[in-house]
Design a protein around this ligand. Structure first.
Ligand code: ZN
Length: 261
């Protein structure tokens, strides 16, 4: 099967909902969702298991490919689009979908004409509330600065490579998964596969999969808006000041609220 893009990198920040997207698109008969493949070295060092539950070296899927990655010292800086396509071809899948997020930006110069992107955006208030919940946001001001820096960086890359990029909002995916998955399938040059509408409970082999327990094991797709209760008014205002400086976020989230108010 000839498709316009493979690999396809998910651009986004932690907690943007990319794991949900992987659990949906990973069910597509022509898609191989690999998780955060660029973090494979880190995962091996830490002993983090594959999402199937098996230790990576014993995972029935990955044990075949770990030697390919070992030839590159598991060093993501040396992973090229061709490596992804070789794994995809060997596994019989046309499109390889990777969730390494910001690392895809770091290897942007190694991308080729067949490298595609899905830029996944979510309300920053939801992302920051999730970071606080995960206990990683001890220095809130710093986390917020990094959030702004990375969102702007990824938005610039998505804009420069617009013809190879599909922008996806987490909230739209939750509101109408079929419409969004159909649109993505068209972008990827694939037929729509109804299997994608039920998130995978198992059977996927994702490297470095998100530790979020939100709806794990559930096939229901539900919008996570816990930030509405969790964020203090001060923090919410700080986040909104950052969002106002990023046109994509401002137009999507803040302008709509102002219009409704
Ligand atoms: Zn596995």
């Amino acid at each position: 099967m000839s498709v316009p893009f493979s690999p396809v990198f998910l651009l986004g920040k932690a907690h943007c909902g990319s794991t949900l997207l992987l659990r949906l698109l990973g069910k597509h008969a022509d898609v191989l969702a690999v998780g955060e493949l660029m973090r494979v070295g880190e995962s091996l060092e830490r002993g983090s298991p594959c999402s199937c539950g098996a230790p990576l070296p014993e995972c029935p899927f990955w044990k075949r490919y770990l030697s390919w990655l070992a030839e590159l010292d598991h060093d993501w800086r040396r992973f090229r689009p061709g490596l992804y396509r070789r794994i995809g071809a060997d596994a019989g899948r046309a499109v390889v979908l990777d969730d390494s997020k910001t690392l895809a930006w770091r290897v942007r110069r190694a991308a080729d004409e067949r490298t595609g992107y899905v830029f996944m955006l979510r309300d920053s208030r939801g992302i920051l509330a999730a970071a606080l919940r995960a206990g990683r946001a001890v220095d809130f001001a710093r986390i917020l600065r990094r959030h702004e820096k990375w969102t702007k960086r990824l938005a610039r890359l998505a804009e420069r490579r617009a013809e190879r990029t599909r922008v996806l909002f987490y909230e739209d995916l939750c509101a109408d998964p079929e419409r969004e998955i159909r649109g993505l399938s068209t972008f990827l040059g694939l037929p729509f596969d109804p299997a994608t509408l039920e998130p995978a409970r198992e059977a996927l082999h994702l490297v470095g999969a998100s530790g979020s327990s939100w709806q794990k094991g559930s096939s229901e797709i539900r919008l996570d808006e816990r930030w509405r209760e969790e964020l203090s008014a001060d923090r919410r205002a700080e986040i909104e000041r950052v969002m106002a400086r990023i046109p994509l976020l401002c137009a999507r989230y803040l302008a709509a609220e102002t219009a409704r108010a």
